[in-house]
Design a binder for this molecule. Structure first.
Ligand code: NIG
Ligand code: FE
Length: 419
């Protein structure tokens, strides 16, 4: 293992400079350096500039040199919303949806999330670990170097802790960095069917304190949705989680307009996610409160729902991030190329805004903008080298993975050798 690395002659070094979420026109500022170079020591970025500038300051021979001539280099992508750790699958449910059944109809019939809960409760930690490992490796191949992972396929204290403990082990052993979120309020489990208030009580008195004490989660999320958890129940849980040290995220206004965006603004959540049906007023309140919108176009695509109004949100001053939402139900896809294509073609986001949404804004959405999400001195050396010379190829090479090489903390961890 080399502990220093020089990347040089990048046609485009897209630095995405910044340590806070970007809004409005700033989302288009990528701070690109042409003929760019990065000097990495001990996994951290020590110098960034043109190749001439970085070479002039080098006082030693690098252990390793990457020639990025004709290539675009970007910060490693951050996928800030996934449910990647689950057992089993729901391929049959997907085929029913192709026939016309809706996601909520399947959930109301006792399928959906609780189907994955049954499988996850039965799975051993080893089985979950193996499934998680494979999925992280696939994400890495798309250039994802940091991923958020939500629990929520346990819905009881033991299984939620099992999921979070497996994520912690994966975080230690796999190169992809994991930001864990507790989502015990993902659905009402069968043993509490029809007794949602009692389940919320169990969450407040049992699951949440146990998770907070375990220190296995950084955030708390809830499926705030008609027929799942109300705005009042969501407020109660998220405020209690905050008191216990877990910052808030909200699955908001995914299926109907319920006021999830407004709730996220009211309680100062770090992010509100989905937002397919967020109201104008909710969006304005999010902008005023600085809540990050995490948009999930691949989910809208798989559910055949209208896309979230990214253009309106950006124009209103909401910082927008993009994520896959990889999960066994609404979106069984960890494909970053799919997210990029949909954001460009159906959400009126520009290529520059999409890059910001998958790097610095996504890093901010998981509380990591001080460490990752841009290529700057003092940040982790997490970056991707595309097979193309410009970030404009990301949406242009539609649906295709343009990532050739991935570097995590200064180590080459994926190299397809495309050229
Ligand atoms: O983000 N909406 C709730 N949660 C996921 C779906 C999870 C599942 O269906 O297993 C989502 O769409
Ligand atoms: Fe989700």
């Amino acid at each position: 293992m080399s502990n220093n690395l020089l990347l040089r002659n990048a046609a485009e070094l897209v630095t995405c400079r910044g340590a806070a979420p970007k809004t409005g026109p700033a989302m288009s500022e990528l701070a690109i350096i042409h003929d760019g170079a990065i000097w990495v020591e001990d996994g951290m970025i020590r110098k960034v500039g043109t190749t001439a500038e970085v070479m002039a300051e080098l006082d030693r021979t690098p252990d390793q040199v990457m020639d990025a001539s004709g290539r675009c280099v970007l910060p490693g992508f951050v996928d800030p919303h996934t449910h990647f750790l689950f057992a089993g699958h729901r391929a049959e449910e997907f085929s029913w949806r192709l026939r016309g059944d809706t996601y909520m109809e399947i959930m109301e019939r006792g399928g959906g999330i609780v189907n994955s809960v049954q499988a996850t409760r039965q799975a051993s930690p080893e089985e979950l670990f193996a499934a998680g490992w494979r999925r992280l490796s696939s994400m890495l191949s798309f250039g994802v170097t940091t991923v958020e992972g939500k629990s929520g396929y346990g819905l009881d204290t033991d299984t939620e802790l099992k999921q979070l403990a497996v994520m912690a082990k994966l975080n230690r052993e796999h190169v992809v960095e994991i930001v864990p979120t507790f989502m015990g309020a993902h659905a009402v489990p069968p043993e509490f069917k029809g007794r949602t208030d009692e389940f919320v009580d169990y969450l407040l008195k049992n699951m949440l304190p146990a998770v907070a004490a375990s220190k296995l989660a950084e955030f708390c999320d809830i499926f705030c949705e008609k027929g799942v958890f109300s705005v009042e129940q969501s407020r109660k849980l998220l405020l209690e989680a905050k008191r216990l040290g877990l910052n808030s995220k909200v699955h908001a206004d995914e299926i109907v307009t319920l006021g999830g965006a407004e709730l996220a603004a009211e309680i100062g959540a770090l992010s509100a996610e989905h937002l397919l049906h967020a109201s104008d007023e909710g969006i304005r309140q999010m902008a005023a409160a600085g809540v990050i919108a995490v948009l999930l176009p691949a989910t809208a695509f798989c559910l055949r729902e209208p896309y979230a109004r990214a253009r309106f949100m950006i124009d209103q001053g909401v910082p927008v991030a993009l994520a896959t939402d990889f999960n066994p139900g609404s979106c069984f896809s960890e494909s970053i190329p799919l997210v990029i294509a949909l954001a460009a073609l159906y959400m009126q986001m520009t290529p520059a805004e999409i890059v910001t949404a998958l790097t610095i804004n996504a890093a901010a959405a998981v509380g990591r903008a001080d460490r990752v999400g841009s290529l700057e001195v003092g940040k982790q050396a997490d970056f991707v080298v595309l097979e193309h010379p410009s970030h404009l190829f990301l949406p242009y090479h539609a649906g295709v993975n343009c990532v050739d090489t991935v570097v995590k903390r200064g180590q080459i961890v994926c190299d397809k050798g495309l050229t």
